[in-house]
Write a protein that binds this ligand. Structure first.
Ligand code: NI
Length: 171
């Protein structure tokens, strides 16, 4: 299965709103499979379309002790009032981690790679990753939630990986 080159911050595609997938067919199913392969190769637990240069509203998620999941044209329809911190990272900003506050439980509706609609109640890491990936479809990165001061401090040592660094990403 082909691995797709990752898009790294800063990149305009990571701050652009993606568009709905008009029709779920073989082409988008294959893209989802390639995104899963790319995510596994990079040892990530979530990956959104814009992170592989595809401005389509889809993302893939595979958290420990769960199956790989594909979300096409997702909508988060409910979120718990309870929020909590969790240390987040991103395959598009390698080596950068920060505690981010988000709702602990969510309900999401989406289509899978066969075009079937589903609804999922998620908590724990799964709820966390779904919200992080969903943000990517709206051009939002987890570092956007930090205060400017905190973000600047955190990003001081970050260097955008070049093509020569491909395969060196370990998170
Ligand atoms: Ni990310």
């Amino acid at each position: 299965m082909a691995v797709i080159p990752l898009v790294y911050h800063p990149d305009e595609r990571l701050t652009t709103v993606a568009t709905d997938v008009p029709e779920i067919g073989g082409e988008i199913a294959q893209l989802a499979e390639e995104m899963l392969a790319t995510m596994h190769d990079a040892r990530g637990i979530g990956l959104a379309g814009p992170q592989v240069g595809r401005m389509d509203r889809l993302f893939v998620v595979h958290v420990p002790e769960d199956e790989p999941r594909v979300f096409i044209n997702p909508r988060i329809i409910a979120a718990s009032p309870d929020e909590g911190p969790y240390e987040e990272g991103c395959l598009s900003i390698p080596g950068v981690w920060a505690d981010i506050q988000r709702p602990l439980e969510i309900t999401v509706e989406a289509y899978d790679q066969s075009g079937d609609a589903f609804r999922l109640d998620a908590g724990g890491v799964l709820a966390r990753v779904i919200q992080h990936e969903y943000d990517h479809l709206d051009g939002v990165l987890f570092i956007d939630y930090l205060t400017r001061r905190k973000r600047e401090r955190l990003m001081k040592t970050y260097r955008k990986p070049g093509p020569e660094d491909d395969g060196a990403v370990d998170e």
